[in-house]
Write a protein that binds this ligand. Structure first.
Ligand code: SF4
Length: 321
């Protein structure tokens, strides 16, 4: 899983343990969600019984994103088999797989007439294929129901099983994303059951298969800027297409504490660094999450696909219209 951020301040006091309130810096303040677009999507999700990471993660961008008709659907339930120390999604024994979920996801997304959407999932280490078959079925249903919508998949590491990664790639995602989340030194502490090298191998597989690849890192977990630049160097060498860098925020007192708030100027410097290393698109800022402004990348995706001959230029014109 990926994104975890509270709308409320980190380390907020509780009745049981009152403590001085820790305020986020000015650049992390967001408005309470509302608006017609927000309410429309909220209603449709409830009607179809679907989950979003926007809600499960208490993402601070939910008002802005939903009003721009951007959302991140979360498939394979809302209970994760892993216990990453940054993540607020419930951990436990998941419910059985819902074979009708791919159809309902497509039924929800098609009428919204989106140019781009992001789909993610909980980790399903309880399933032999890690959920890869449902991933593929969901992608295929979305391609059928909304052929002009680009679909970005933000997948788990499938415990390093590259044949499961291939199952997803065979269903032709427009962007294949898997988050490294943090630098190698902190990976075990932050992600517990995951491994940096295994995640990097997932990205390498997707890149090797010709996919447009994307990854994200959270900053403020105790990493050094030099370590972040080392990761960016590796990603540049890999030929990564899209990188996101955002501030880690502590979802609750049970989660890892924020080591520091990274200043917006540092995010800007890292964006310049990553672009200079050849990464085509970089979203870098305190409120950036792996799917933040993803809908704005649809044109870039179609242009890159056309450059690679994956779609014809006539099709590109339709998507850029
Ligand atoms: S940034 Fe991603 S998770 Fe957050 S509200 Fe936007 S689409 Fe949802």
């Amino acid at each position: 899983m990926t994104i975890r951020l509270p709308i409320v301040d980190a380390a907020a006091p509780t009745e049981a343990q009152p403590q001085p309130r820790r305020r986020h810096p000015e650049w992390l303040r967001v408005k309470m969600p509302g608006g017609d677009g927000y309410r429309e999507i909220h209603g449709k999700l409830r009607q179809l019984g679907l989950n979003t990471v926007c809600q499960s993660a208490s993402c601070p961008n939910i008002g802005e994103c939903w009003n721009h008709r951007a959302l991140t659907i979360m498939i394979l339930g809302d209970i994760c088999t892993r216990s990453c120390r940054f993540c607020d999604v419930k951990t436990g024994r998941p419910l059985p797989v819902d074979l009708d979920e791919p159809r309902r996801v497509a039924a929800m997304l098609a009428p919204l007439e989106l140019t781009h959407t992001v789909i993610t999932s909980v980790d399903r280490d309880d399933l032999a294929d890690g959920g890869a078959a449902i991933w593929a079925a969901t992608l295929e249903a979305c391609h059928r129901a909304a052929p002009s919508m680009t679909v970005e998949v933000l997948v788990p590491d499938f415990k390093g099983a590259l044949h499961d990664v291939d199952t997803v790639l065979d269903a032709d995602p427009d962007v294949f994303a898997h988050n490294l989340e943090t630098v190698p030194r902190l990976s075990r502490e932050v992600r517990v059951q995951a491994r940096y090298d295994r995640s990097f191998a997932v990205l390498r597989r997707a890149r090797g298969r010709g996919a447009l690849t994307k990854t994200g890192l959270m900053l403020g977990l105790g990493e050094e800027i030099a370590e972040v630049k080392d990761v960016i160097d590796q990603l540049g060498d890999l030929g990564l297409t899209i990188l996101t860098l955002g501030q880690y925020l502590q979802p609750s007192k049970k989660h890892l504490e924020i080591a520091r708030y990274v200043h917006p100027d540092e995010f800007a410097d890292l964006k310049d660094y990553a672009l200079a290393r050849g990464i085509a698109h970089v979203e870098s800022g305190p409120l950036v999450r792996s799917s933040y402004h993803a809908e704005g990348q649809a044109q870039l995706i179609r242009r890159l696909q056309a450059d690679r001959g994956q779609i014809g230029f006539a099709s590109l014109g339709k998507h850029l219209a």
